[in-house]
Design a binder for this molecule. Structure first.
Ligand SMILES: [Zn+2]
Ligand SMILES: [Zn+2]
Length: 304
């Protein structure tokens, strides 16, 4: 994805969703503006440059994600810049009233506060959202968590993109992200690899999990549940609808979780893996009807 701007990929993805399923148009408009803004900020940061953390191979081998325990204050200003752009859009999408919006704007303009929230999210310190969070009487800690995730996304994506090769060479077999520790929001089978001269050098089809927070894609074994590690074929199942086999639900009956999977060998151009999920809601609905729950909850896959 590094050669293509993230904004361009989001735009094309939303456009193809609208064309294919007009019924998703409204949803694509509503959440699409968030994805577009996140991608735009990420593209700007890539141009400006963002500082990156050191990767400690010993810690990685011990199962600690790159950003765990890292002081996030060095990205404080990047995060407040992101909040400035995203907060007005999020306020509209989440239908926040003016008072809430105003108090959040003031709060998220402070680098230490925004970086503190990002760090708490990465370290799974949910209490931080309840205790030290803004005006809990106005905005719920869940909403604050969501806002903080979206605000952190462009900065984390730019970090991941900048680290590039040094991340893809890591050995990491877990079902959570090696960079930020979050669970995946979707998985994909890699596209065919083609050189500049249009020569096919690889058939693709390797399985990757896509991080729900920082957008990193990491290789994962094809026949195991990312949530509980179950690799027994008898208790895992694949569903697809309307004979669209390249978009599917991979379910685990041992833990009751599912993760959507998309085969990128069938997708040209390569879609944005966050925005594409808005066009797969029929699969989420099917999974719910079958009493399965998503590995990662999003605002749209938990809609009743
Ligand atoms: Zn991540
Ligand atoms: Zn499982």
């Amino acid at each position: 994805m590094s050669n293509v701007s993230a904004s361009k990929a989001v735009e094309t993805t939303l456009e193809s969703i609208r064309k294919r399923t007009p019924a998703y148009g409204q949803l694509a408009d509503r959440f699409g503006q968030v994805f577009l803004a996140v991608a735009g900020l990420r593209d700007d940061l890539m141009k400006k440059g963002v500082s990156v953390p050191d990767i400690d191979p010993g810690r990685i081998a011990a199962g600690a994600p790159v950003l765990a325990g890292i002081d996030m204050t060095k990205w404080g200003v990047n995060l407040t810049d992101s909040a400035k752009v995203l907060l007005p859009i999020l306020s509209e999408v989440l239908e926040l009233d003016e008072k809430t919006q105003k108090s959040l704007t003031g709060h998220l303009a402070t680098p230490d506060i925004v970086s503190g929230l990002a760090q708490a999210r990465i370290e799974g310190d949910w209490k931080h959202f309840e205790n030290t969070s803004v005006c809990p009487e106005i905005v719920s800690s869940d909403t604050l968590l969501y806002i903080s995730e979206i605000v952190s996304a462009p900065v984390l994506c730019a970090i991941v993109e900048t680290l590039g090769e040094s991340l893809s060479s890591l050995t990491w077999e877990h079902g959570h992200c090696p960079v930020c520790g979050s669970s995946p929001s979707i998985s994909h089978l890699s596209p065919k690899e083609v050189t500049d001269l249009d020569q096919l050098v690889g058939g693709g089809g390797k399985k990757f999990l896509h991080c729900s927070l920082c957008g990193h894609d990491w290789r994962f074994q094809r026949n195991a549940c990312p949530s509980c590690g179950n690799d027994d074929n008898e208790t895992r199942e694949v569903f697809y609808v309307d004979n669209t086999k390249y978009e599917r639900i991979e379910a685990c009956h041992k833990c009751g979780k599912y993760l959507l999977n998309i085969d990128l060998r069938e997708c040209e151009p390569r879609p944005n893996l966050d925005a594409i999920q808005l066009g797969l809601i029929h699969l989420d609905i099917y999974a719910h009807e079958n009493k399965l729950s998503p590995i990662t909850s999003t605002l749209w896959n938990t809609l009743e």
